[in-house]
Ligand binder design. Structure first.
Ligand code: GLN
Length: 490
């Protein structure tokens, strides 16, 4: 039998149901795998006692015939952006040093209510700002994959960001699945870099309550998992209306796993001309064409579409996101939680706390954000970016007249080496070129591992669907996954 930690959520859930092993045995297998994989620095805090107690409770429920469903007894890693009662919740930042909330985020509470087990909190870019998991106060997380050839052969690689700890943990089999959050690509890009599936749901599908805010109009929680089916199962456990989040949408949560019918005959797949950017490496372009061929062979109809405002998405995102971040992060003043650096007076204490508590990338975003929101520049930058955002959403609206989903690459490259692009924010921001437009429009999107680069690293394909089109998105992703047959492991 395969190692327990190699099973997908669906496989482990079926085996638990049959009584092949207990949730406690499954959890213990993950806890010992976590010990041997500490070199990846994926976990900020491991919570073994809590995990074992939750697993025992799951076994007791099942013994009493009261198991909750497909997530009961499944061990998960939780991105450190989610507030978890009594467990460290730092957003990867020094400024939240030692913060242990007295409450639980709605998404994690939903998962515990579904019977899932918490293994611990996983590393991330500070306040979810980044694409490489290198801005964390707790140090970088490493990608479990290594390049087999090329300039980066054998080097430590980044797992992508900001949900880098989540993606590395799932790929390294030290979590069966993980929560992530995606503001501009932070679930999909690390999913692609680590060879696993990353799903960003529609804005409003999962509650943001108890998720430490980065850019409130963009942030959305979603699953990181080893298969499309696992993503469907996890999303079912995470999603739902929450009266505590006024942007959460009151729609029933469908049975997402039931949407995976394998049949996409007649599905119209849009291929946007404007995503064919200068400088995209030939192997990314080739994989994209391969994806088109796979979907066509499965009976889909391929449609050429045009999304003329695509090129403005990234610059507009890097105005809107920092603007919202600068406002959200104003609350970290050393008075209420986390770090306080005492100064001469109140203002000095604020300044010292924020200077010491926030890392460079966060400070850069706060400065950009306050600048674009300032009286003299608001119209020129922030308002204009908001207008561009509307145009981007209009591009998608027009596209849905002729297609049901859109196919693009997930990232312009495979995982890069630790230290690369570190001093060049623009190069780093370009990682999000394919993922940001869907974020700006609030649409659901997924990255599916689809092949290996010439250097032996995973590459992802990206599907986007209309708002609340998660079922069609997952159905198409499932077919893509089957056609790609990606079974390589780190
Ligand atoms: N990499 C993007 C950024 O740094 C996206 C981050 C995210 O989605 N949280 O803003």
């Amino acid at each position: 039998m395969a190692a327990l930690t190699d099973l997908t959520i669906a496989e482990a859930g079926a085996a638990l149901e049959k009584g092949d092993f207990t949730a406690r045995e499954l959890t213990d297998a993950y806890l010992s795998a976590m010990e041997t994989a500490r070199g990846l620095n994926a976990y900020i805090e491991e919570t073994p006692e809590r995990a074992q107690a939750m697993a025992d409770a799951s076994d007791a429920r099942r013994a009493g015939g009261k198991a909750e469903g497909p997530l009961d007894g499944i061990p998960l890693a939780i991105k450190d952006l989610f507030c978890t009662e009594g467990a460290l919740s730092t957003a990867g930042s020094h400024i939240l040093e030692g913060f242990r909330p007295t409450y639980e985020s709605t998404v994690t509470q939903n998962l515990w209510d579904a019977g899932a087990v918490m293994l611990g909190k996983v590393n991330m870019d500070e306040f979810a700002m980044g694409s490489a998991n290198i801005t964390s106060h707790y140090g970088p997380t490493l990608n479990p994959w290594k390049a087999s050839s090329g300039d980066n052969a054998g080097k430590d690689l980044v797992p992508g960001g900001s949900s880098g700890g989540s993606a590395a943990a799932v790929a390294a089999r030290i979590a069966a699945g993980a929560t992530g959050t995606d503001t501009g690509g932070s679930i999909r890009q690390p999913g692609a870099f680590c060879g696993i599936v990353g799903l960003k749901p529609t804005y409003g599908r999962c509650s943001r309550w108890g998720v430490i805010a980065f850019a409130s109009s963009l942030d959305q929680a979603g699953p990181i998992a080893r298969s499309v089916e696992d993503s469907a199962i996890m999303l079912g456990g995470m999603a739902g209306f929450d009266p505590k989040d006024s942007t959460s949408v009151d729609l029933p949560v469908p049975d997402y796993a039931a949407a995976l019918t394998g049949d996409i005959r007649g599905l119209r797949v849009g291929v946007p001309a404007e995503y064919r950017m200068d400088g995209t490496p030939p192997e990314i372009e080739a994989l994209w064409q391969q994806g088109v061929a796979w979907l066509r062979d499965a009976g889909a109809e391929i449609v050429d579409i045009s999304m003329p405002h695509t090129k403005y998405a990234l610059p507009a995102y890097y105005i809107v996101a920092p603007a919202e971040a600068s406002s959200n992060l104003a609350r970290y003043d050393g008075m209420r939680y986390g770090l306080r650096v005492e100064g001469e007076d109140l203002t000095d204490t604020y300044e010292r706390t924020r200077a010491e508590g926030f890392g460079h990338e966060v400070q850069r975003r706060v400065m950009i954000g306050t600048y674009v929101l300032s009286a003299g520049y608001y119209d020129a930058y922030y308002l204009k970016a908001q207008r561009v955002r509307t145009r981007i959403a209009d591009d998608f609206k027009a596209a849905w007249d002729s297609c049901d989903v859109i196919l693009t690459p997930t990232t312009p490259s495979a995982a890069f080496a630790l230290g690369e692009k570190q001093d060049d924010p623009i190069a780093m921001y370009l990682n999000d070129i394919f993922t940001v437009p869907a974020s700006m429009a609030g649409l659901p999107a997924i990255s599916v591992p689809a092949g290996l680069s010439a250097d032996g690293l995973p590459l992802g394909l990206h599907l986007i669907a209309p708002a609340f089109g998660e079922e069609i998105l997952l159905r198409a992703a499932h077919v893509l996954e089957g056609a790609a047959g990606f079974d390589a492991q780190p």
